[in-house]
Structure formats: structure tokens, C-alpha cells
Design a protein around this ligand. Sequence first.
Ligand code: DOR
Length: 442
Amino acid sequence: MKTLITNATVVLPDETLRTAVLVDGTQIAAIDPAIHTAADETVDAAGLHLIPGVIDDQVHFREPGLTHKEDLRHASRACAKGGVTTFLEMPNTVPNATTQQRIDEKLALAADKSLVNYGFYIGATPQNLRDLKAAHRTPGIKIFIGSSTGDLLVDEQDALEAIFAETTLPICAHCEDETTVRANAERYRDSTDVADHSRVRDTAAAMIATQRALDLARRHKHRFHVLHVSTGDETDLLADHAGLITAEACPHHLLLSVDDYPRLGSLAQMNPSLKTTADAERLWQALTDGRIQVIATDHAPHTREEKAAPYPKSPSGMPNVENSLALVLDQVHRGRCTLEQVVHWMCDAPARVWDIVDKGRIAVGYDADLVLVDLNKTATVRNEDQLTKCGWSAWDGVELTGWPVATWVRGQAAFRDGAIVEDCRGGEAVYDHGRGGYWATR
Ligand code: DOR
């Protein structure tokens, strides 16, 4: 099948220009305004921008085990609608994905159900060093240095030293210091005010754990990615000239703050917690100057009933794969950043960070994971329109300008004309063809 996308303004690695893109099978075959090849389908994209598909390197899709909140089918449809063509999923499912067998089981589920491309992290425990060393077909190792949803936690120094010393896969971590969080939780044990979540999971908790993880990574010279940086102070730790350390920020930490608790209640309850608008400002600054490379969602759905439990029984997490690109494109509309920066943070950088072959860029020979965006489209996020199984968004009622309007996954249309293409099965496992070798060759 050949698809010719004409008249779009295309964001290429080094320039943005009006040209035509020919997709042949699963790949980008040509980029040239004068393509005259006969195609099975021609898409006139005048007035639209063509960008690489978003790679979301931190999602929780709840399958297996927690499928009353989310599952791979609902979540991957939400991805396609949101312009996310590849997701990397976290191991705190039930059972936890802490062995190769569990990873392989998830890969088999996704092969059956996912509309978009996928990869699954292996979770670290204090006991599974052997599994971590033998793991393959996975982006890397996830460590909860500080507990969150589920029971995965590695807090003991000896266990952390061994993981950083003896494994070879890249490591990423949830950095909130367990001791600090527990002491703060004790102090606020009688509170039912969800705003205290940001006092329990405070700046010190984030700083201590991030500092600790960076120290481990630097001493052991281990590739390390700091997940969901939430404080301005952490960004000061991130300047890295050795290519060893990368980091991520999430839309909720960039666009929401502690000031949103009165409006959103526990819908704003996340781990790491929301911080101040000054912290958010410093996260934007770190994205702009390259200390943070990636924007990802930490899509973490819980049902509205679960979220309605009184704090601290309410679980932490919010869904967002469906709206993350629109939220950041809205920032382009507001003049905070450029479309090229968005493509870097959400498409190209995650592919480089996670060593994903032939994705994240519009280039000949790369996979045809493509998204058409309408930078002038204004629409309101509505709970009733959400494809995520949990059926809500923290941005319900918010008007955004800049939306994905069509998504292709490896050359197959997955979302177009406002609807999911139901029989689309373009998605595949991103680590079945080996790693890209980006970090190995630097
Ligand atoms: O708020 C969060 N929820 N943060 C995490 O790190 C985990 C996630 C979840 O799985 O619910």
C-alpha cells in the first residue's frame, strides 16, 4: 500500500518545509515536493503540519491485572487519537513485570490488542538481579526508588548498588525518597486535604532521591533517565555533558500546580506530586536549554470512583496519552515554544534516549509513524469523548488550540476524520529488531 501525503508543512530533522511524503508499506519511501509516483491513496494535507508520531516513554496501561481502570485496547486507541504511535509501559501491573516471562506475556497481549507500537520495561525488585541482567526485548529497567501505585520498591543501598553495577540495560527511576515521604505522611496522618499530598511528597523527597540516583549512575557510569522531574531544584542537578543522564517532564508538572487542588481535588493527585508554578517555570526552562530532553505523560488511569475516595485513600495518577500532544501544541499556539521543539521533546528525543530504531523522525527509510496536526483547530477536552477506559481527563472543559487530526502507525491509518480506524493493526514491538545503538556509538 502506498500513501502520498501532499501539501503538508513537514517537520524534518533539520528544517520545516512544504513538501510531499510518500509512504510505501511500513516506511517513508520519499520526501520530495515533486513526487509523481502513483499511490493507492493521496491525502491532501494543505494547511496542516506533518510530524513524526509521538513516543511516550512513560505510561501505565494496567494490563494484566488492573483492567477495570484501563487496558491495552482502550489505551492504544487513546494513543492513536492523541498522536502517540509508540508507548513504553511501566511494570507495576498485576502481576508486576519483573521477569522475562512477564515481559513476553505483555508483548503477546499487545501483539493481539495494540493499535500502536509498544515496549515494556522490566521492574526492579531487591531480589531479581538475575532477571534484570538477562532481560531482553525491553527498553530498560524501571526502579521505584520510592513507592507509588503498587508494591514495587527498591530502597536498600546494597540492592541499588548491585543493579547499577551489574546490569547493562538503561535504567529509569521514579525518584521520591521513601524515608522522607513516610516521615511526612506521619506528620500529616490526620489530614484528609489532598493539597497535603504536595507536603507529604515534597521537594526534599524528590531532591534526595534524584540526587541519590544520579550519584549511583555517575559512579557506575550507567545510562540513566530521570522520570517525571517535578521540581525546579532537580533541574539544577541535571546538567550532563557525558551523555549518561537524560530526564523527562510531564504535562501535568508543566501545566498544573498546587494552585489547582481546589479546582481538581484528587484528580490532581500524582506521584511525584504537583509543585508550584515557579517549579513549572523552571521545568520549561530546563526543556528549553536541554537539561530535560523528553516530555512524556505518566498516563496513570484510575476510575472516578477510586479517585473519589477521601485523601489519602484516593490513588495517585491521571490519564493523558489522549491529550498530551494537544496540550503541548496549545503552548505553541500561546507562544511558549515552537512546533520543532515539541517534535524534539515528544518524538525524536525519546527515540534517542531509548535507542529505538528508525523512529522519531521523518526521514527516508524511517518507519511511517506519522501525525497530521492542525495548529489552528480549537476544541474543548470533554470527559465523554475520552477513549481511555477510565473516561475522564483533568483537562475536562478546557479549550485547546492545536490538535492531531490523523495518525498513521507503520503506514496504516489508525485515526482519521475524528475516528479510530477499527481494523488498524499497525503496531509492533519496538525491541524485536534489536536496539538502535545510539548510546553505544556516542
Ligand atoms: O501518580 C502516579 N501514578 N505516579 C506513578 O509513578 C505511578 C502511577 C500509577 O501507576 O498509578
